[in-house]
Design a protein around this ligand. Structure first.
Ligand code: ADP
Length: 673
């Protein structure tokens, strides 16, 4: 038997080693994997951040190109170029100012005149000049306003050109105000605004700059709705550059806004538009103020060869302003250089709305700080780099939206690996335990088997010796009396029966093991079967001085295999006989219950330890008892098999030194079947 267990233990050692080694490798890998995962994720984040920074830089480039692409060639005439520049600026929020320059530097658009020129005007006719002088004399020296008005009206009829008309209308407007003829004043100024907005007075100031304050002055609740569109028109023309801006524009705008705020108008749309126009014109004023000197400097450099080309011949001339938040682009290839002022922050805002992070595994926050902050570099996965060569000193900073992402990831992974490794360990331990248990069982069974062989031999030897002795005595004629002869023969018979039961048990067990047991169920009277089993044992019971107490319900019939059932009950009786000590009393009961049939075999013998009440039904299992009672350890195994084949149950209750009671429960269905 021993040599059989060796390959098993070797196999199990190989198995345990394989499991332990692979388990350890897996654990090592999982630990390693976690640290690799951290590194890999960090690398991936860094890669994505780099890619994002480059995408943003490219997006800056392409945004700028979308506005410059329309100006590869010069657009003529200049008015068309201006309109196109304004349209481009309007459709891109980040373009704060489009502009056109004269070759020498000053701005053509926004149209700002910082020196009031005294233009050479077409000469007025003599009669116009005479009438105008008379008008002025009457107005200022004599204070005869009516006469002055008459003279100015004549001037209007004498006027030969736009300049004369504007001059006369301006004087008429002024005199109407003085005469409190507001309707007339509005009429005159309206004509200036509509038709003569480009005419300038003798000192070079456009007449609208006189007309507009006068209109505001005559405004009252009855007429202000008429004045509103004229104000709007004026401001529109200023914004478009048709009316030049100058040193007094700002003051004029202040007056307009004050007037707008002090009055209520029907059209909120117009009011809104005027407010917007005021803002735009002020922006133009500010722009002109800020860049007018710079522009002349820039243009002195001619081709701007040293400056960065952003594409389509537009050059960045930022560094002059030293302002990172603004990007100044100029194309000097045209007769009148053109350009745009770009607001960096607004440009970045438009970038952030585009799908820059498409295809990334993680989400990032993008910031645009100015100046390099060495503290943030490389820390907590914050990526910092120069945004784009056009914005010197402008940084881009990319952070993970979820700062704890890596830690969470590692934690999650650690949990998963931890659980998996623990499960693996548990499985490994379980596997090892099961293997060891199987080995132990195998060993136990092997030793039981070897005991069984010697037990069987011993068991067979006893009745065989008796049979041999009694048969020999009879044969040699040693027994004389007929009674003694009969007794000897009866002993031989009983011993043969005992031998038969033993062999039957072994045969039944062998069939059982091969799964070849055959049953022939027939309707039988259970009491008769039990009696027959008692009968077979009666010789031994008598010999041992046993008291057999039966309580059998004679009426119970059941569908059973009577031979097998007799064998089972015989085994129980044989055990009761074998394991009885002083009190030699056996109770046999057959009880009819409503839902089952009960068969009980009870003795007052040795009893069975509680922890072995189920084990005694296992094959070869025997209890080590002081009283070395011979047996094979198969009797109860066969009983259990037979009862279970009858779909019944067997169990035992016992007390050490008090006896045991075996109970068979047979299902009623057997009877019905
Ligand atoms: P055996 O041939 O040893 O009797 P069994 O399978 O019939 O084999 O019984 C198994 C063991 O159960 C016995 O060795 C015995 O120790 C115990 N046993 C069985 N019946 C009784 C009983 N009536 N009283 C005490 N012990 C019993």
């Amino acid at each position: 038997m021993n040599h059989k267990s060796k390959p098993a233990s070797r196999l199990s050692i190989i198995f345990i080693l394989a499991v332990v080694i692979s388990g350890s490798i897996l654990t090592w890998f999982s630990i390693n994997n976690i640290s690799n995962l951290k590194e890999l994720t960090e690398n991936r984040i860094l890669e994505e951040q780099r890619e994002l920074a480059s995408r943003i830089s490219n997006a800056v480039q392409s945004k700028i190109e979308t506005i410059t692409v329309g100006y590869k060639n010069e657009i003529n005439p200049l008015g068309l170029m201006r309109d196109s520049l304004i349209k481009t600026a309007d459709s891109h929020s980040f373009v704060t100012m489009p502009f056109i320059l004269k070759t020498e530097g000053p701005f053509l658009y926004p149209n700002y005149k910082w020196t009031i020129e005294n233009p050479t005007k077409a000469k007025s006719s003599n009669r116009f000049n005479l009438a105008f002088r008379k008008g002025e004399e009457a107005e200022f020296a004599k204070n005869n306003l009516r006469s002055a008005k008459k003279q100015y009206l004549s001037c209007l009829s004498y006027s030969t050109g736009k300049y004369d008309s504007a001059k006369a209308l301006n004087a008429l407007g002024r005199i109407s105000v003085k005469l409190n003829e507001y309707e007339n004043a509005i009429g005159h100024y309206k004509l200036i605004v509509l038709n003569h907005f480009q005419e300038t007075s003798g000192d070079g100031l456009p007449y609208v700059y006189f007309a507009l304050p006068q209109l505001l002055k005559v405004s009252n609740p009855e007429n202000h709705e008429k004045i509103l569109p004229l104000v709007e028109l004026c401001l529109e023309k200023m914004e478009m550059g048709s009316i030049p801006l100058n040193f007094s524009t700002e003051e004029l705008l202040t007056q307009v806004i004050k007037w707008i705020q002090e009055n209520t108008f029907k059209s909120s749309k117009k009011v809104e538009h005027i407010n917007q126009l005021e803002k735009n014109i002020n922006d133009q004023l500010q722009f002109v103020n800020e860049y007018r000197n710079e522009m002349s400097e820039i243009l002195k450099e001619g081709s701007l060869g040293n400056h960065l080309n952003v594409g389509n011949d537009f050059k960045v001339v930022n560094y002059f302003s030293g302002n990172n938040q603004k990007l100044l682009l100029v194309n000097t290839n045209f007769e009148n250089p053109v350009g745009f002022l770009i607001d960096a922050n607004k440009l970045f805002d438009t970038l952030l709305t585009t799908a820059l992070q498409a295809g990334f595994g993680f989400d990032y926050n993008i910031e645009f700080p100015t100046g390099y902050n060495p503290n943030t570099s490389g820390q907590n996965l914050i990526y910092s780099s120069q945004l784009n060569p056009y914005f010197p000193g402008q940084m881009i900073q990319i952070k993970l939206k979820d700062e704890n992402l890596i830690n969470d990831l590692i934690k999650r992974r650690s949990w998963i690996y931890g659980i998996a490794t623990s499960l693996l360990l548990v499985a490994m331990i379980l596997g090892v335990v099961l293997i060891l248990r199987d080995i132990a069982r195998e060993k136990h069974l092997a030793s039981l088997r070897s005991d069984f062989i010697s037990n069987v031999t011993h068991e067979l030897k006893t009745p065989l010796t008796s049979i041999y002795m009694f048969a020999e005595s009879l044969l040699l004629g040693r027994v004389k009396s007929a009674n003694a002869k009969k007794e000897y023969l009866s002993i031989i018979l009983k011993e043969s029966l005992r031998l038969k039961r033993m062999v039957n048990n072994i045969l039944e067990f062998s069939k059982m093991e091969k799964g070849k047991s055959e049953y022939h169920f027939i309707n039988s009277n259970l009491a008769a079967v039990i009696r027959s089993a008692i009968q077979d044992m009666s010789y031994w019971f008598q010999k041992g001085g046993f008291e057999i107490v039966t309580d059998l319900d004679e009426k119970i019939e059941a569908e059973i295999d009577p031979e097998k059932m007799k064998q089972a009950i015989g085994n129980l009786l044989s055990n009761a006989y074998k394991y009885s000590t002083k009190t030699k009393k056996v109770f046999i009961r057959l009880i009819n219950k409503t839902d089952h049939i009960g068969i009980e075999v009870e003795d007052k013998g040795l009893g069975i330890p509680e922890d072995q009440l189920t084990q005694i039904f296992e094959k070869f299992h025997r209890i080590d008892q002081k009283e070395s009672i011979s047996g094979t350890g198969l009797g109860l195994t066969v009983v259990k098999e037979i009862i279970e084949s009858h779909k019944g149950k067997i169990f035992v209750t016992s007390k050490i030194g008090k006896g045991s009671k075996f109970t068979i429960i047979l299902n009623r269905q057997i009877e019905e079947a």
